[in-house]
Design a protein around this ligand. Structure first.
Ligand code: HOZ
Length: 429
């Protein structure tokens, strides 16, 4: 596939924007390539500036769950835009979207809209600290909760992709209260609670990890975290920025019937426009200003255009068979990958839930970031290059999940599986 115009645009961008991109994973550096500059998207596909067409398995990192430029969502966004881009004050749409989200999350009484997942997680941590009057926080290796200072420790996503263990520019004093445990290791967390008795404000966790590839929680792990938090008076925060409305109607907490104290959401709730939220029990949420003394604010919070996109997206997604369809199409893809791998003697782990999935070229079962790092990066690079050059747009990092949408068709999956089969055959040689 020729990417001549993209290459030139990338050259220009690098003189204007650090690394030529506005979010590091997008450089494709981890797969020894450069980005395709995208011109447009429709349904399951995107087209680059050279006219190449790709079946998209990134879907704006999971946000565009209905497919690109869904006609009804576009109409809602245009209608909202014609009324004004934002007013910096209350609009009715915010309550409509809040009501729709709250009805899907029984553990939430109230929610506050912000503009990004980073803000949602940063605010959730501040709220947990303000509420418990404790400072320490437990996070898991390979989990990524945005780029606020205290959470940039042993993080997944771009940091893992670029092998940056922890960001420079974060003073040691900002992270000395961040304790780190391996995902799926409950005993390790128990030990932390013993060592730091009465000091831990919260655990923050991606219930299904999407920022270290896709990693499923072992049975009992999240339930164990719930119990530990309850026993020790700490708050359990589920970061469902990726998993919210993606695994099922609700989130991982609905699927597993676990009630976290706080939840962060993003991506799907804006249908591709920038909006995120944090929510939880009224007793905790009422500590946020103006009701309480934990401060948070934002000019673009609850932006009416993003809200309109979110309302329409959830309205369409709420139809009866949406998640059955998402799961069925994801399973079809995963089965196809496993079959192509077995036919070509390639060892691959492929797993997914709802419309989210991931693969690892690993000998052993991957259940933590540490396991993911031991999987075969060279195999992944060869796989990525093979599919990308054949028109399948895959996350350019071992440490990112993949996403499908309601616009992906059986024909898309058949075509993708055929491509993967050809790539595996080539990799075997
Ligand atoms: N943190 C995002 C998903 N893990 C990646 C965002 C991006 O690079 O665009």
């Amino acid at each position: 596939m020729k990417r001549v115009v993209s290459k030139e645009m990338y050259r220009v961008a690098q003189n204007l924007i650090p690394g030529g991109v506005n979010s590091p994973v997008r450089t494709f550096r981890a797969v020894d390539d450069f980005p395709a500059f995208i011109e447009r998207g429709k349904g399951s596909c995107i087209w680059d500036v050279d006219g190449n067409k790709y079946i998209d398995y990134i879907m704006s990192w999971g946000a565009v769950v209905l497919g690109h430029a869904h006609d009804e969502v576009v109409d809602s966004v245009c209608e909202a835009a014609r009324k004004g881009f934002g007013f910096g004050t209350a609009t009715q749409g915010e309550s409509v979207l809040a009501e729709r989200i709250l009805s899907a999350f029984p553990a939430m009484d109230l929610l506050r809209f912000v503009s990004s997942g980073t803000e949602a997680c940063m605010t959730a941590i501040r709220l947990a600290r303000g509420y418990t009057k404790r400072d320490k926080l437990i996070k898991f290796t390979g989990n990524y909760h945005g780029h606020s200072d205290s959470l940039l420790v042993a993080a997944g996503s771009g940091l893992a992709t670029l092998s940056i263990p922890s960001s420079t520019g974060v003073p040691q004093s900002f992270i000395e209260n961040t304790l780190v445990a391996p995902f799926n290791n409950l005993n390790y967390v128990k030990e932390l609670f013993q060592q730091h008795k009465g000091q831990i404000a919260a655990i923050i966790v991606e219930p299904f990890v999407g920022n270290a590839g896709f990693i499923r929680p072992n049975k009992g792990f999240l339930e164990g975290l719930r119990e530990l938090c309850t026993d020790h008076g700490a708050l359990l925060i589920f970061d469902e920025v990726m998993t919210g409305f993606r695994l099922c109607w609700g989130g991982a907490q609905t699927l597993l019937n676990i009630a976290p104290d706080l939840t962060t959401l993003g991506k799907v709730i804006g249908g591709g426009l920038p909006i995120a939220a944090l929510g939880g029990k009224g007793e905790i949420m009422s500590h946020l200003a103006p009701l309480g003394s934990v401060y948070q604010a934002g000019t673009l919070s609850g932006n009416p255009i993003a809200v309109a996109s979110g309302i329409k997206t959830l309205e369409i997604l709420g139809k009866e068979d949406s998640y059955a369809k998402l799961s069925q199409i994801t399973q079809k893809l995963l089965n196809g990958i496993l079959e192509a791998a077995s036919q070509n003697g390639i060892k691959v782990q492929a797993d997914g839930e709802g419309g989210m999935f991931g693969i690892f070229f690993a000998q052993e079962h991957v259940e933590s970031f540490e396991d993911a790092k031991r999987s075969d990066l060279e195999m992944f690079k060869a796989f990525f290059k093979g599919v990308f050059n054949r028109g399948v747009y895959w996350a350019p990092s071992l440490f990112e999940a993949g996403f499908l949408s309601l616009a992906h068709s059986d024909a898309d999956i058949v075509k993708t599986v055929q491509v993967i089969h050809d790539v595996f055959r080539e990799m075997k040689q």
